[in-house]
Design a protein around this ligand. Structure first.
Ligand code: HEM
Length: 390
């Protein structure tokens, strides 16, 4: 297997990781990424096979689990009860509870609320240059997930602050300060939700938090820690990636001078997700010895799945480095696959379709007013700001 070298914090890579992915993919399905000290899957077929192979999973194998450092305890406690970090049977139980609220039919009923929200945000755009990420791309998903869960929209600034601090833990540039900030955020977020859940016990509504509280009260389905961790996961995952899918997509459309009204919205959304996804790497542990793509994985080995590399595989997409919203839709890997396939994919796609349609219809003269930059936070791939004028 070929060894590749690439610092994940090197500025050129952060701004454009795709040339590295092309180089790595040319070496084969798997490469050894020296800087991460991990094997990485870089072809579409390798990423797909590993996402679906049940001999691999996200939960840390028992012999590798430890108590973790004391200063991280609040953050680790949330992680320990999150469905994203679990495998069956725990994952099956937690995911089934959440999935009821995330069926395509349930999500479709949110359409009028997302449309009204998008238009009311556009009504407030100023005449002078402004940050579209802050004024629009962030607000649509964060307010929508608050409404779906049943958390007050006024909490969104706190939710954003807690969420950013917590997900920063996955970044390549993590420091002790990142860890302390994440632990504080996890403590505050958990305390807010515990209090809010207490209040809501006597005030049932037609929302996801009520259904989760009922499941907790049953006693068998959901523990209190799992209830809090599930709410945190949904609130965080419910906006972080969608914000940057919208931001990356608007940036690409404006930079390439594409008139989005020339293309069907479904094709535009899928091409945005394929071409420049917001999440580039997820990892899996091997649970037994497995031979794949000429390599023998041992139990406990970790492998990185590079979603952004899989999406540019020329064996699946012709001229993959060209942004073409009219190309036939082939399901990309941006939402993962297998057991952990993104719960929120139908919601994210709906938000993107509605928000982008409203934005490009209402603001046909939308232009960049400064060069956008990606933040130095690999494996997240999103802009620091998106300065535009309308
Ligand atoms: C464009 C936006 C989004 C992208 C690109 C995205 C991407 C992903 C990916 C790649 C995974 C799987 C991780 C893995 O396999 O290791 C995932 C899982 C998940 N996502 Fe999303 N996501 C998005 C939006 C959302 C939204 C709106 C929600 C709503 C609540 C959400 C909730 C979740 C949850 C709960 C999981 C964990 C599923 C499990 O472990 O079974 N995501 N997402």
């Amino acid at each position: 297997m070929k060894t590749v070298f690439q610092s994940p914090v090197e500025p050129g890579f952060v701004q454009d990781p795709y040339p590295f992915y092309d180089k790595a993919r040319a070496y084969g399905d798997l490469v050894y990424w020296e800087d991460y000290n991990k094997i990485a899957a870089v072809s579409h077929r390798a990423v797909q096979v590993l996402l679906k192979d049940r001999r691999f999973g996200r939960e840390v194998p028992a012999e590798l689990q430890g108590p973790g450092p004391a200063h991280l305890a609040p953050w680790l406690n949330v992680e320990a009860h999150s469905l994203l970090e679990a495998e069956p049977p725990r994952h099956t139980r937690l995911r089934a509870l959440v999935m009821r609220a995330f069926t395509s039919r349930a999500i479709a009923t949110l359409e009028p609320s997302i449309r009204d929200l998008s238009h009311s945000l556009i009504d407030r755009f100023p005449d002078t240059p402004f940050d579209l990420l802050d004024a629009f791309c962030t607000q649509v998903p964060v307010i929508t997930i608050c409404r779906l869960l049943g958390v007050p929209e006024e909490m969104s600034p706190d939710l954003l602050r807690w969420s950013h601090a917590m997900v920063a833990m996955y970044q390549a540039s993590r420091t002790r300060e990142t860890e302390d900030t994440a632990a504080t955020a996890a403590r505050e977020f958990s305390a807010f939700l515990s209090n809010y859940i207490e209040q809501r016990r006597t005030d049932p509504q037609d929302d996801l938090i009520t259904r989760l509280i009922t499941a907790e009260e049953d006693g068998k389905k959901l523990s209190h820690d799992e209830l809090v961790a599930t709410c945190i996961l949904l609130l965080n995952a419910g906006h972080e990636a969608t914000v940057h899918s919208l931001g990356n997509g608007v940036k690409t459309v404006l930079q390439l001078g594409i008139d989005p009204r020339d293309h069907a919205i479904d094709g535009l959304v899928e091409e945005i997700l394929r071409y420049d996804p917001p999440l580039h790497m997820f990892t899996r542990y091997a649970y037994e010895e497995v031979d794949l793509f000429g390599h023998t994985f041992k139990r406990g080995d970790e492998v990185a799945l590079l979603l952004g590399a899989a999406n540019r595989d020329p064996s699946v997409w012709a001229e993959p480095n060209r942004f073409d919203p009219s190309r036939p839709i082939v399901t990309n890997t941006s939402f993962g696959g297998g057991l952990h396939f993104c719960v929120g994919a139908p919601l994210a796609r709906l938000e993107m379709r509605i928000a982008l349609t409203a934005l490009f219809e209402r603001c046909p003269n939308l232009r960049l007013s400064a060069d956008p930059e990606y933040s130095n936070s690999y494996h997240f791939h999103g802009l620091t700001r998106l300065m535009v004028h309308v």
